[in-house]
Design a protein around this ligand. Sequence first.
Ligand code: NI
Length: 156
Amino acid sequence: MGTDGWASPAGNGKTCPGGLRNDFPCDRGHGKFIVVGMSKVNIAQKFSQVHDYWKPHIAAELNGQELKLSKLKGEFVFHHHDHEDELFLVVKGRFRMEFRDRHEWIEEGEFIVVPQGVEHKPVADEECWLLLFEPAGTLNTGNVVNERTIKELERV
Ligand code: NI
């Protein structure tokens, strides 16, 4: 992300190095770009665009990391990530992070970092709004691929 705050809208995960104007095509072959980085973002407004549980949406990207928003309700699946640490911050509600030998309640305004390799399973008895921060491309189900796996994330 340059100081002009240009980034791709189409989900290809690349930022444009040219400071081009909104909706103008990048002359370096990066496609069309929109401003995302230099405008403030209202988290609740972004969450209003998330309608499905357990479906992370990308809200921002920086330095090879992605900020994702997800609504949780119910149980996820035990999994781990071979190469990524994950940060989970509760914006609204609460959830329980289950590990193989214990669990931890994460309350509104709290976060937890799960290191790579550690098996974890989020569980939310009531709807919970979660902010995730992790390397771009981190798969939601980690080493497990099943019907809960979402490979192509939408943006909000
Ligand atoms: Ni995970």
